[in-house]
Design a protein around this ligand. Structure first.
Ligand code: IFM
Length: 408
């Protein structure tokens, strides 16, 4: 099983989860007030990024996805920190110096505290505030960056923060969730021409811009009419609604996919909530789970990728990973998902890259530091990095573009 020569291989991180000391972000005050584990110094990646990128280089990665922390760049409304801007130029150049393609996310769940305390993404001025930040960042990074993700997992963000009330600002309001959804989409739709314009002004080749869309496979517990209907509804709501809109606006140059698991669809009534949310037990196959209890379902990545054919756009896996204390299982997970990617490519899906989540263990939001997603383990007492065996095996794939054959 061989991948194309110019395939992007690497891993992803996000600023808040790895940098540490992001004291101007809304999560920072929320995690304290909500009594959650504090992100504190996270992995100290803010100062140790050079060492971390050396490890990525040593593991044969040729691409790396990172995010810019808006609350560092604009700690007070309209005040941009030259020091922090320089920091991110240095970070991106550090990747370039190692021949690792930087892929930059502009919004990965966190907001500056001032932005959230004045209504966050529910505010009608949220879009113009985001665009002002995008403008500043794009102008300085354009020379060094070709791939942009404007917004990470919009559906996860607005549902967790404004519908389920489990992330800051812990709202449970359909009206607010709808406003946030609309503003996030508008933010992307308007950021797309803005970023392109900056590249034209700087005489640079057109950049590649997308979002990272969280996608799940929909699996029926029992094959009946209501479950089939519920699965279609969920597919649309969770996976495709946003992609449909953004492709209609012609604002995606590729599709960024974050894939982790499946939804087991078992709707016990025609009530909207049951159709959209209710999960059940699978009757046919017992699958392994990650340490957060999510089903491991590699076939689902293949299924999702095939459905993306409808857009006729290249696809990049911007996240796929497992939290586990069993590193053999991590490698099995990686290999099985890469086989799914390869199979989808054989069937005509143009996948251009695979970024494992995550380069290192990190702060898994409301779940704290417990879940271990990293190719590289972090000792949170000493901040020592340990390259896992799975990372070395993945490195062989990155180097050769070939998947090892199963011994059996
Ligand atoms: O850690 C997160 C990441 O921030 C967004 N995608 C899913 C990952 C695992 O939950």
């Amino acid at each position: 099983m061989k991948f194309p020569q110019n395939f992007f291989w690497g891993a992803a991180t996000s600023s808040y989860q790895v940098e540490g000391d992001n004291a101007n972000a809304d999560w920072w005050s929320w995690e304290k007030q909500a009594g959650k584990e504090n992100s504190g110094q996270a992995c100290r990646h803010y100062e140790m990024y050079g060492q971390d990128f050396d490890l990525a280089k040593g593991l044969d990665h040729n691409a790396h996805r990172l995010s810019i922390e808006w609350s560092r760049i604009e700690p007070k409304e309209g005040e941009f920190s030259q020091e922090e801007i320089k920091h991110y130029i240095d970070v991106v150049c550090a990747l370039r110096a190692r021949n690792i393609e930087p892929m930059v996310t502009l919004h990965h769940f966190t907001n500056p505290f001032w932005f959230s305390s004045s209504g966050g993404w529910t505010h009608r001025r949220s879009v113009e505030r985001f665009l002002r930040y995008c403008d500043v960042v794009t102008r300085v990074l354009a020379r060094h960056v070709h791939f942009w993700i404007t917004i990470n997992e919009p559906t996860i963000y607005f549902s967790h923060a404004y519908l389920f009330g489990v992330w800051p600002p812990q709202e449970k309001s359909c009206l607010k969730a709808k406003a946030v959804h609309d503003h996030l989409l508008a933010a992307h739709i308007q950021a797309y021409p803005l970023i392109n314009k900056i590249y034209r002004e700087q005489n640079l080749p057109k950049p590649c811009i997308s979002i990272s869309q969280h996608m799940s496979a929909m699996v029926l517990c029992a094959d009946n009419f209501r479950n089939r209907f519920a699965a279609r509804l969920r597919d649309q709501w969770h996976n495709f609604e946003i992609l449909d809109k953004l492709t209609r606006h012609k604002t995606l140059d590729f599709i960024g996919v974050n894939y982790y698991s499946r939804h087991l669809v078992d709707a016990s009534s025609w009530w909207f909530g049951n159709l959209l949310m209710e999960t059940g037990q699978s009757h046919d196959e017992a699958v392994q789970k990650n340490s957060l209890g999510w089903d491991i379902y590699p076939k689902g990545l293949y299924q999702v990728l095939l459905k993306l054919k409808r857009y006729g756009l290249p696809v990049m896996i911007t996240e796929n990973g497992i939290c586990t204390s069993d590193d053999d299982l991590r490698w099995e997970f990686l290999l099985a998902h890469l086989k799914s990617v390869h199979r989808a490519m054989q069937e005509g899906v143009k996948v251009t890259g695979y970024l494992y989540w995550s380069l290192m263990d990190n702060f898994e939001w409301d779940k704290g530091f417990g879940p271990r997603f990293g190719l590289i383990g972090i000792d949170y007492k000493t901040y020592q990095r340990t390259v896992r065996e799975s990372a070395r095996k993945f490195s062989q794939v990155c180097k050769t573009g070939v998947l090892p054959v199963d011994p059996d």
